[in-house]
Every structure is written in C-alpha cells, then in structure tokens.
Design a binder for this molecule. Structure first.
Ligand SMILES: *[C@@H]1O[C@H](CO)[C@@H](O)[C@H](O)[C@H]1NC(C)=O
Ligand SMILES: *[C@@H]1O[C@H](CO)[C@@H](O)[C@H](O)[C@H]1NC(C)=O
Length: 795
C-alpha cells in the first residue's frame, strides 16, 4: 500500500520540479500581487519581464528598479485592464514597436531612467487613455522622428528630457493639448523651435531642469520660458545655476507673460543673478515666490530698486547662506517688503531681522521663522522690543529656535492686537513664570516639545487651542474657559485634567502619558468633550476600566485614535493586550466579594468541623490512631522479658464491681496467684491513658476482655480491644480471652465495633453463668485459658 502511494507522489514531485525548471527557463512569475490586482516586482534584479497568473485582470504592474534590458513583443500582451505600468530605473535599451498594443487602458506609463536611445511613435499608437507619461532620464537626443505624442490626446502629465536631449521641434509635440503638468529636462538643448511647447495651452505647473543652460544660451532659455509661461502657471526652475546678471534675461519673458508664481528649487544663485532677476521682474505680476533647498552664495548686495506691488507670499525653506553673517539684504527690499503678507523662512540659519526691516512689514499677516537661530536678544530686536512692528500679524511661528523666556515673548507680542496663532514650540523654556502678558486676541498657542515641567496661569485665558505635547508635565489645572482643543500627549499625566476647568473643551489628546485609567465620572466633568485620544497609556486593566472602555465610553466620547491604541500595561497577565480583547471572569471582577465569601465559607467549615469533632471525639480518635500507629512502629521489644502480668483485664467501668468482687478475688486467690493488671490499680498516674493501655497490654501475657453491653458502648474498651487485636495479629497466638458477662445480641453491637463482632464470631468465649452452681466450671475454664492448658472453653 505504502509503495503504491509513494510512487505517484514521487512522480508528481518530479513533474513539479520539471515544470518549475521549464518555467524558469521561459518566463518567471511575479509572486507579489495583492487583492487589488496590483503586481509589485520592483527591485528583484530581474533580467526579463516576469509573467503574472491572470494578465487580463491586473491593474497595476510595478517592475521598477530591475535589470531588464529589452521589452519583447509579447511581454505585455493580454494586459487589457492594465492601468499603471512602472518600468523606471531599469536598463531598457529597446522596446518592441508593438509592445504596448494590447494595453489599451493604460493611464500611467513610466519609462524614466532607462537607456532608450530611440523613441518610437508606434509604442503609443493604441494608448488613447494615457494620462501620465514619464520619459525622463534616457539617452535619446530627439523625441523620435516626430509626432511621438500624436495619439495621446488625453495626456495630462508629461515628463521628458535628459542630459542628452539636444532638440525639441514643433512636430514633436503635435497632438498634445490641455496638459496640466510638464517637466522638461533640457540642460543640453541646442535647438528649440519656438512654439513647440507654446500650443500645449496654459499649463498649471511647469518644471524646468536647465542646469547651465540659462548661462550658456539664455536666448534659447528665453524661448522656452516664453512658450511655457502664462498667468496660471506655477513656474518651477530646478537644478539650475544662476550666476550672471545678464543671463537673467529669460525672466523678462516670465514678466511679460504675467506669471504670478515662481519657485526655485535646488538652485545655486549669486548676488548678480538676484540683481538680474530683480531688475527683469520689476513691476511684474509676481505674487508668489518660493525658494527651496537652494544655495545662496552671495553677500546680499543687490543693487536693484525693484517694485513688486503684487508680491504677497515669500516662501523660503532650507536655504544655505554661505556668507550669512554678512548678509544685509533687507535694505534692498524696501519697495517689496511693505506689500508682503505671508513670509516664511524655515531653516535658513536666520539669526534675526533688523528692527527697521520688521517695521517695514506693515501688511504682514503670517510670519514663519521656524527652525532658525533666534535667541531672546535677537528676538527682541526682530520684534522691535514689542513696539511698532507687525501690526497686522495674525500668525507667528518661531518654533524650533533657541528662545528661553516666556515672559519676554509675552511682552514682545502683547501689543500685536491681531495675533491669533502663536507657535513657540520646540524651544527650551523649562519653567513657566506665574504671570505673563499676551495679546487678548490669542486663540492658538503651541508650546509643545519645550521641556516644560509645570504650567501656571501664565497661559492666556483667551486660548481656544493649546498644544503642550511632549513636555514633562504631570499636572494641568489652569482654568481656561474658552479652550476647545487641548493637546497634552507625551507628558507624564497620571490622570485626566479636571474637566470642570474646561467647560468648552471638545477635543482632548492625552495619549502617551502615564494614565492608569479614566472613568465615566472623569469624562462627565467635561461638558462638551466629543473627541478623546488617550491611547498608549499605562492602563491598569481593572474590571471597571475594561467594562467602561468596552461598553460605555462610546456613549460619552469618540475615541478617535482607534481602539487598537488602548493597551493594558497591568496586570501582568494582560500586559500588551488590547483592552477591547480582554475578558475578565466574574471571579476576577468581584475579587473582594469572592474572597470574602470564600473566607466566610472556610470559617463556617472550620466551625462545623470543630463542632463535629467535639461532638464525636474526633480529636481523641485522631490521637488514638496516632498512638496506635506509633505503637505499631515501635521496634518489637523482647516482650518475654518484660512480661510482669498474667493478664490485662479490659473492662467497662460499669462492670468494675464484678471484676473486683469476683474476678480479682478468684484469680488472685489461687496458688500461685494470677497477676492481673487493672487500669484502676496498675495504671501509672500522670502517664497518658493510651500509653498506659499499650504498656499494660505489652507487659501482660494475655488480655482478658470482660464483655458486656457496657463494654460494647465504651470507647475505651474498644481501643483496648484494638490494641490487643493488633498484638494478636503481631504475635499470632492466643492472647485474648473473652468473657461474656451477659448475653449480647451480636446485632446490637454497633457496626463500628466490627472488630469485636469479628472476634466474637471467630473465637470461642466464656460465658458468666447466672447459676452459681456452674460458676466453678467457669473459673476452671478461665484459669485453664489463662494457663493455656486443656479444658478449652466453649459456649
Ligand atoms: C511652525 O513651524 C513648525 C516647524 O516648521 C511646524 O511644524 C508647525 O506646524 C508650524 N506651526 C504652524 C501653526 O504652522
Ligand atoms: C505644534 O507644533 C508641533 C511642532 O512644532 C507640530 O507638530 C504640531 O502639529 C503643532 N500643534 C498644532 C496643534 O498645530
């Protein structure tokens, strides 16, 4: 049987191996695909396009960052629903001219950063739905033979060009219209036919990578700028070097075309270039100017008297000033600054702004100087000591500087009567003074990540939003009647702030603290609270808390950080478990009650036991048993030598009359007298009675049981019987003599005296005759039994 089964299995394995071998040699499969029909085979060092199980279902196929060199005619056949195809960063040199004939629904195609030298019109013949096409970074010098994009009427985003592209002519862009975004890498252009990009309509966002082109051939750059510029366009110049004043001529086109928004990114720029641009752009429509991740290698000497009356927003971020300490730029901007409404200078190594400059910013509403080198003294200069600057300011951000004194900041800003938002976060204040002055308009204050250890009534009472996250606070008890949003996550709170101090609070964020729990009583103190984020605290998963969080909290607030962030910290058994998954038993939940009931139960049990024991002499029994056991374990002493009695008489106290009057008289008067051991006479006083019994039995040759109804009902006698019984058992000879004083109905002997019953059944016994005439026979029989001679007694 086993052999039979094994054979097909082996065959199957072989077949599988063979198959996989074949597959490896023809086409591998893409293993990573998900339920949304997206295959991701990026960065797998593949040399060929892999297959997928159901080509006609796949929507997205990512093959980027592989080593693919060629795209064959059938690599993408059958992908009728494919919408996104990513082939960037491969080594593709050639694509079959009909490679994309079946991907008719393709919307996004990325062929950037490959090694294509030739672009073929036929690739795009069927791609009517294509919206986003990226051809950047290849080796082509021309956009094919022309009419490359002719069929791509729906294209919205087009990216092309590379460091080798030498010419763009009109027929290259035939068919394109309504383009929304254009990226052109044209640093090596030698030929640009005017109008090539001009008819693409007003493009919302144009990004030009020109490197040295502006310097090398500014008239060619002018032609490009003239074509792509429009009042609706955001013009982004990236990776471009701007050096000399006279090569800034292309910006004239920007001005003439009425461009409102210009951004420079990854730019290297000099004083002269800035002077040139300012001259070219004088009195232009420019309203937005941005400069990001750029290097300014000048000293700030811009000899231009430029008016830019429409410029409202200046956004500068990550600017590398090489000679920042010499820069006195602001003096050349006196005709620009008064019009500015929004100024951002993030991470620009700014130490401060001269007061005269600040005073000129009469229309400024928004100022962001975060991530700079502002200190208390330079801030005082920047804000003109709190007198006269920024009268229209509504929002001020000085986050991430080196400010220290909250009193000073309050004094500097208290006269800004329109100031609503103030971000002072990520400075180091440590302590908060008891009193501060703030403008009464202040609604938003951000003091997060400022190493604050306590809060005081320095906080402005007018606040609507207060961010105190990531400090070292343990208590928050400053009454803020208008506060709507309070953020205190990342502190050390052990309990919720008292809700009655915040009657307007709607949002409370207190995650990552040390909260052990919170209850409905805590939450009900907040009259208007709607939204609570309290996850990632060290919750003690008590019954009340678990029940509250699982069932009741939803009626009071929304836990907007999701139940999965509420995790138990203790008890140890639940550590790390989600509170919503914890199930506590009734016993665990009513521990106190359960323990009380249990204790009471035990107490009662003990009491009952005690009573029962007392009632039934159990202690005595136990003790007897113990003694009995001890006796049993006693080493067998040489009894013969110890024998000092002929018989130990075991009798009930009630029968003592008979024993003393008849038995003792009779037996002790014989010659030689029998030596009898009577408990009344021979037991050692002071010794424990059980020991006495054992001793007596051990020291006697025999044990004489005087049986009567009294005996049967006497516990002592029963034990004497027991002891002698085990001795009988030990010795195996006749050591017990039974004398029946009165007839005993065996049935009346209680069951527990089974031993006696047994003995009476199994052994012969002597009966005390009522008739005096027969008594001599009785005595004879008894004496004989004592001596183990003949005349065995019989009933
Ligand atoms: C202030 O600047 C910091 C750092 O640039 C930023 O994180 C924060 O959001 C800004 N604050 C406001 C209110 O915009
Ligand atoms: C407060 O500032 C920090 C960083 O400085 C920022 O991440 C946070 O979003 C700000 N808070 C609010 C409520 O805007």
């Amino acid at each position: 049987m086993r052999v039979l089964l094994a054979f097909p299995l082996f065959q199957l394995l072989l077949l599988c191996q063979l198959l996989s071998h074949c597959v490896q040699h023809t086409r591998t499969y893409c293993q990573r695909y998900n339920e949304r029909y997206a295959c991701d085979c990026s960065a797998e060092k593949r040399l060929q396009v892999p297959d997928v199980p159901w080509r006609n279902l796949i929507l997205s196929f990512n093959l980027s960052f592989n080593h693919i060199q060629n795209i064959a005619v059938d690599d993408f056949s059958g992908y009728v629903h494919l919408k996104m195809l990513y082939l960037q960063n491969n080594r593709i040199q050639s694509i079959h001219d009909r490679a994309f004939t079946s991907t008719v629904n393709l919307e996004r195609l990325d062929l950037s950063y490959n090694q294509l030298t030739n672009l073929l019109t036929t690739w795009f013949d069927q791609l009517f739905s294509l919206r986003h096409l990226n051809l950047l970074g290849n080796k082509y010098q021309r956009l094919g033979q022309g009419f490359l994009f002719q069929k791509l009427a729906h294209l919205k985003t087009l990216q092309f060009g590379n460091p080798s592209l030498s010419a763009v002519v009109k027929k290259d862009t035939v068919g394109l219209k309504h383009l929304e975004e254009l990226v052109l890498h044209g640093s090596a252009l030698k030929q640009y036919e005017e109008g090539s990009l001009g008819r693409l309509g007003p493009i919302a966002r144009v990004t030009l990578v020109l490197r040295e082109l502006v310097e090398r051939d500014s008239s060619l750059a002018s032609k490009i700028l003239r074509d792509v510029s429009s009042p609706e366009t955001l013009l982004v110049l990236t990776n471009t070097t701007l050096i000399s004043e006279r090569s800034m001529m292309p910006f004239q086109e920007v001005k003439l075309k009425g461009v409102k928004k210009v951004a420079l990114k990854y730019i290297t720029i000099t004083d002269s270039a800035i002077t040139g641009i300012m001259k070219e752009m004088d009195r232009s429509n420019l309203s937005y100017f941005a400069m990001e991740d750029s290097t300014f290698s000048g000293h700030g000497n811009w000899y231009a008297d430029t008016h830019l009356p429409h410029l409202e927003t200046v956004f500068i971020k990550n600017l590398n000033f090489q000679y920042f300490y010499e820069v006195r730029t602001i003096t050349y901007l006196t005709n620009i600054l008064p019009f500015l409404k929004r100024v951002t200078a993030i991470n620009c190594k700014l130490f401060g702004v001269p007061c005269e400059t600040s005073k000129v910013l009469i229309r400024l509403e928004y100022l962001d100087m975060s991530g700079n080198f502002l200190t208390d003294p330079t801030m005082r200069e920047t804000a003109c000591g709190g007198e006269g600057a920024w009268q229209q300011l509504r929002t001020l951000n000085v986050s991430k500087n080196s400010l220290r004194s909250l009193v000073l900041l309050g004094n500097l800003f208290t006269n800004l009567h329109k100031l609503e938002s103030l971000d002072l976060s990520q400075n180091v204040y440590f302590d908060m003074p008891e009193r501060c002055a703030w403008p009464s308009s202040l609604h938003y204050l951000n003091l997060s990540a400022s190493q604050l250890r306590k809060v005081t009534s320095c906080l402005p009472g007018s606040l609507h939003i207060l961010d105190l996250s990531n400090n070292d606070l343990t208590v928050f008890d400053v009454a803020l009647p208008f506060l709507k949003e309070l953020l205190v996550s990342g502190n050390k709170f052990k309990s919720l702030p008292p809700g009655r101090l915040y009657p307007s609070l709607k949002i409370l964020s207190i995650h990552r603290n040390a909260l052990n729990m919170f209850s409905s009583i805590d939450l009900k103190e907040y009259i208007k609270l709607e939204d609570l984020k309290a996850g990632y605290n060290s919750f003690v998963c008590s019954c009340e808390f678990v029940a509250f969080l699982q069932f009741d909290v939803g009626h009071l607030v929304t836990l907007s950080d999701g139940r999965q962030s509420y995790i138990c910290d203790s008890p140890v058994a639940f550590r790390g478990e989600l509170v919503r998954n914890v199930h506590l038993s009734i016993f665990e939940c009513h521990m106190k009650a359960a323990v009380s009931v249990l204790c009471a139960g035990f107490l009662l049990l003990f009491l009952v036991c005690g009573i029962l024991c007392y009632r039934f002499n159990t202690f005595w029994y136990v003790r007897m048993t113990w003694i009995w056991l001890l006796a049993k374990r006693k080493p067998a002493i040489n009894r013969r030598n110890d024998i000092c009695y002929d018989a130990f008489v075991s009798y009930s106290e009630r029968d003592s009359e008979w024993v003393e009057e008849f038995l003792v008289q009779e037996l002790e008067s014989t010659q030689p007298p029998f030596r009898l051991c009577l408990h009344r006479r021979n037991f050692l006083p002071g010794k424990w009675i059980a020991d006495n019994i054992i001793d007596a039995i051990e020291k006697s040759r025999r044990t004489l049981f005087v049986l009567s109804n009294h005996f049967v009902s006497s516990e002592w006698c029963k034990y004497e019987l027991d002891f002698s019984h085990f001795r009988l058992f030990d010795k195996g000879d006749d050591t017990a003599i039974l004398v029946l004083l009165e007839p005993i109905d065996k049935e009346t002997i209680p069951k527990r005296l089974c031993k006696l019953r047994k003995i009476m059944n199994s052994r012969t016994y002597l009966e005390w005759p009522e008739d005096e005439a027969q008594r001599s026979t009785f005595w004879c029989k008894l004496k004989a039994a004592m001596n183990s001679e003949e005349c065995e007694g019989a009933a």
